[in-house]
Ligand binder design. Structure first.
Ligand code: F6P
Length: 356
């Protein structure tokens, strides 16, 4: 069996899962040298970007962050961007060429690793006849059908560590510290790291916030003799009746809400306030034990699904098992923080303000 493991805009991997894809496939379902990786971009001609993933290529990487595959967020074959001789950019559909190139290489399957954008491309390529199995990988944890995506736990750990460290300055300088974390449409990272890091206010995209309520919380703490506060803001959070803060609307790049919230808090409460953006720090570093194990379990399960011919499926964590769900079903319900979840109730019970 010939497998291709994909990466790049369409297909990327950040934390782990690669060792199992390769070793399992080679060991149980394919001949050595028949697992290939696709470098960088899923664009024709594919043959130029293909490198065999043998045992040596995947040895000793379980504890590493990043990827050995290479990634890009600009590799959508359905909207391929190319620069003309006059310098202008045009988009066109190259998916047929991708399908033809895939067939030309005599491959049996493709493992698509990524978040909602990447998996949507995988779903469309699967519809066009490429046999694909999906693996949910994103720090945002916003892919439906699975209790967790791999990468999320590591990002939460990084954000929690940062919040822990902010407590010193917040407390000793009697300041409000506002930290902006990633999460465009889902507040998982903000909520989990905020609760674990003992934040006083957590603002997430699912709950439009009211700055008066945020400042009430800070003033109440002040009155109780707690002269500092920690505010965690998901980058996609938005004020009630307002919109999220975008630094680059054309490419839906979020950013700046933490700073805006910090300015308003300082103005409204008179408390000295500082803000910082964790940004891409959240996407690096050694994966947590949870993510290593999840990546390896996802990888092994993906190869089993291919051996069983269950294409169009995505591996999913359904504790205690790893299950298979149709990619289309997973994408039909993006996973937002449910407002009736016990995690939200926990935050409220702990007296954390969610800005509403
Ligand atoms: O999809 C993951 C994510 O980390 C988002 O949370 C974040 O908004 C975005 O990627 C940042 O993307 P880029 O690396 O292109 O700035």
């Amino acid at each position: 069996m010939k497998l291709i493991q994909s990466s790049g805009g369409v297909f990327e991997v950040e934390v782990d899962g690669r060792r199992v894809f390769s070793k399992k496939a080679v060991g149980r379902h394919a001949e050595p040298g028949e697992v290939l990786r696709l470098m960088q971009r899923m664009a024709p001609p594919l043959s130029r970007c293909i490198i065999p993933l043998d045992a040596a290529a995947v040895r000793g990487i379980t504890h590493l962050g990043g990827t050995i595959l290479g990634t890009t967020n600009a590799g959508d074959p359905f909207m391929w961007r190319e620069q003309g001789p006059d310098g202008t950019w045009v988009k066109h559909d190259r998916s047929d060429a991708v399908v033809a190139a895939f067939r030309g290489l005599g491959l049996d399957a493709l493992i698509a690793i990524g978040g909602d954008g990447s998996l949507e491309i995988a779903r469309r390529l699967c519809e066009k006849g490429i046999p694909i199995v999906g693996v949910p990988k994103t720090i945002d944890n916003d892919v439906g059908g699975t209790a967790a995506t791999f990468g999320f736990d590591t990002a939460v750990q990084t954000a929690t560590d940062a919040i822990d460290k902010l407590h010193s300055t917040a407390e000793s300088h009697e300041r409000v510290m506002v930290v902006e974390v990633m999460g465009r449409h889902a507040g998982w990272i903000a909520l989990h790291s905020g609760i674990a890091g003992s934040a006083d206010v957590i603002l997430i995209p699912e709950i439009p916030f009211d700055l008066d309520r945020v400042c009430d919380k800070i003033r109440r703490r002040e009155a109780e003799g707690r002269h500092f506060s920690i505010v965690v803001v998901a980058e996609g959070a938005a004020p009630r009746g307002g919109t999220a803060s975008l630094v680059d609307p054309a490419h839906e790049r979020f950013g700046g809400m933490g700073d805006k919230v910090a300015h308003s808090i300082q103005e409204m409460t008179g408390k000295e306030t500082r803000s910082l953006v964790l940004g891409h720090l959240q996407r690096g570093g050694s994966p947590t034990t949870f993510d290593r194990l999840l990546g390896l379990r996802f990888g092994a399960a993906a190869v089993r699904l291919i051996a069983e011919g269950r294409f169009g499926s995505m591996v999913a964590l359904r504790p205690p098992a790893i299950a298979a769900v149709p990619i289309a079903e997973a994408l039909a319900m993006p996973k937002r923080v449910p407002l009736d979840s016990d995690t939200i109730a926990t935050a409220r019970d702990l007296g954390i303000s969610l800005g509403d």
